[in-house]
Design a protein around this ligand. Structure first.
Ligand code: ADP
Length: 510
């Protein structure tokens, strides 16, 4: 209803004949207006002379009254909560234009307060300035707002108090960050300012790549992303970060903001880089050492062969022709030269495990094992040993090298015998993605404290006079098995026999 319009119009038109028709018309119009107000779901009351003049049923219900009479005549201002009264008197006035929506609080007759949205429009009622006030209960909306506010408060609390650096990023790049983030980049909130962007804090070399990731999430190619990038601290140092980011969209699908969690992995990165450098160093020095061992043993063979053959010649020609001391000395020289030849041959064999590598091929270990037994036939017969074996599988390996492993282990099993004739059993069982082989004997056994030592080059537990050998056999086995991606170990006890185990991957990529 427009402001200052007379509802009945009596005063404006006067009681003339034509006026009476008009009066009748206006009465009808007033009746229609009343009917409208009666059926309106909005609470409406009319304030005239600062008192409630009319109240529709929705208004009666809103105030918890049982009839309009309970409200009519009451000072209009008293319908409002004391806290809202000044706003009401200021905004809802008979002499003002239509009042825009205001949020106020009314007091029901039982004293409880209700949040309402109020609007009002002044008009002339039978020449008297009046104002009709429309009220809409907004309790539910207020409660929903409150729930939303509480959840936002909780969210903010979690965001700001999280130990993990977090950042809310708008699609244009502006960021809102938590304290942990500020601590990570060494900036204060003021330094970052309101319009700081993630690009400003990112290492220049990583900006383009990060932008690509952001674009791929915005385009919907993926809903979230995890990647590594570098930030720059205020002091110019680099922070390596493991970044996980997810995009929140508006209901229409447009990008709202990214929520990003950032974990400082600088220490891990440094450790990784150091480890990489160390591994490279180690590989280099290993390769150099391998080369050295090969060259040294290879080049030593030649002069040694000469020494050995001449002392052997001396022995053959002059044995018994000089005095007994000379015979003994020549004997020592021959023995020493032979031992040195054995050592050098084994050292060469050891270094060749790394240099002379055949690409793995599918190998029937029955055949390999048969060849080894044939080679050791004499030794086995001399010692009265029995060697038995379970069926052996086909695996991917270097047949020469694996043959050498069987040869060394069986030779040891026969060599380190006890009083009984040696009994050796070789078996194979399939484990988790690998074959586990074992070579078990009934020999002298090994004290567990030496389990690691015996696999080191030149390490032996017995004297040369008791058991011949160079101490290289197991070191060579270990190297071969490791190069095949397997493991080797022993189970034993003094006098209890020994079982050597080794594994080979059952895949073809050994
Ligand atoms: P070598 O046999 O030339 O002495 P190895 O490297 O093959 O060298 O073995 C190292 C040491 O491990 C041997 O000297 C021995 O003390 C111990 N050893 C190896 N195999 C056995 C075995 N089957 N029974 C008892 N001791 C063994």
């Amino acid at each position: 209803m427009p402001a200052n319009t007379d509802v009945t119009g009596t005063e404006a038109l006067g009681p003339s004949g034509a006026g009476r028709d008009v009066v009748a018309l206006l009465r009808e119009s007033e009746a229609r207006f009343r009917a409208l107000a009666e059926s309106s779901p909005l609470a409406i009351f009319v304030n005239r002379d600062d008192k409630v003049f009319l109240a529709n049923p929705a208004c009666v219900q809103l105030f918890g009254a049982s009839s309009p009479e309970e409200l009519i005549g009451k000072p209009a201002l008293e319908l409002f909560d004391p806290d809202s009264r000044s706003l009401v008197s200021e905004r809802i006035r008979v002499d003002s234009e239509t009042v825009p929506l205001v949020e106020v609080r009314i007091v029901r007759l039982d004293g409880t307060a209700v949040d309402v949205e109020a609007t009002a429009s002044p008009f002339l009622d039978q020449g008297v300035k009046a104002i009709q006030i429309l009220l809409r209960d907004i309790t539910e909306r207020k409660q929903a707002d409150e729930v939303l506010r509480e959840s936002e408060d909780r969210f903010r609390y979690v965001f700001h108090h999280s130990g993990v650096a977090k950042c809310i990023t708008r699609p244009a790049g502006e960021i809102e960050v938590n304290d942990a983030f500020l601590e990570m980049v060494g900036h204060s909130r003021e330094e970052l300012g309101e319009h700081g962007t993630w690009q400003q804090l990112t290492h220049p070399d990583d900006v383009a790549r990060s932008e690509q990731v952001v674009a791929s999430v915005i385009s919907g190619e993926r809903s979230s992303a995890r990647f590594e990038k570098r930030y720059l601290r205020k002091d110019g140092s680099v922070v390596w970060a493991d970044v996980t980011t997810a995009l929140r969209r508006h209901s229409d699908g447009s990008p709202d903001y990214f929520m990003t969690a950032i974990i400082d992995i600088t220490e891990r990165k440094h450790a990784e880089q150091e480890l990489l450098a160390l591994t490279e160093d180690l590989a280099r020095s290993n390769a150099e050492l391998e080369k050295f061992a090969y060259v040294a043993s290879h080049d030593l063979q030649e002069p040694l062969r000469m020494v050995a053959s001449y002392v052997q010649l001396l022995q053959r020609r002059y044995q018994g022709r000089l005095d007994s001391d000379a015979d003994e000395f020549i004997g020592f020289a021959v023995d020493g030269a032979t031992r040195m030849q054995n050592l050098i041959n084994d050292l060469l064999a050891y270094s060749r495990v790394g240099t002379q590598v055949e690409p793995p091929s599918l190998t029937d270990l029955e055949t390999v094992f048969g060849d080894v037994l044939e080679m050791l036939e004499q030794t086995i017969a001399d010692d009265g040993a029995t060697v038995t074996h379970d069926p052996l599988p086909v695996v991917s390996c270097d047949p020469t090298q694996i043959g050498r492993v069987f040869q060394n282990l069986i030779t040891n099993a026969v060599k380190f015998r006890g009083d009984e004739p040696p009994r050796v059993h070789v078996s194979a069982r399939h484990g988790d993605g690998e074959w586990v082989f074992s070579v078990a004997d009934n020999g002298i056994g090994i004290d567990p404290q030496y389990f690691d030592r015996i696999f080191i080059i030149f390490q032996r537990l017995q004297s040369r006079t008791d058991y011949s050998g160079t101490g290289m056999g197991l070191a060579i086995c270990k190297r071969i098995i490791q190069r095949h991606g397997g493991r080797i170990w022993v189970e034993s006890g003094p006098g209890a026999g020994s079982t050597f185990y080794f594994t080979l991957p059952d895949g073809r990529e050994a």
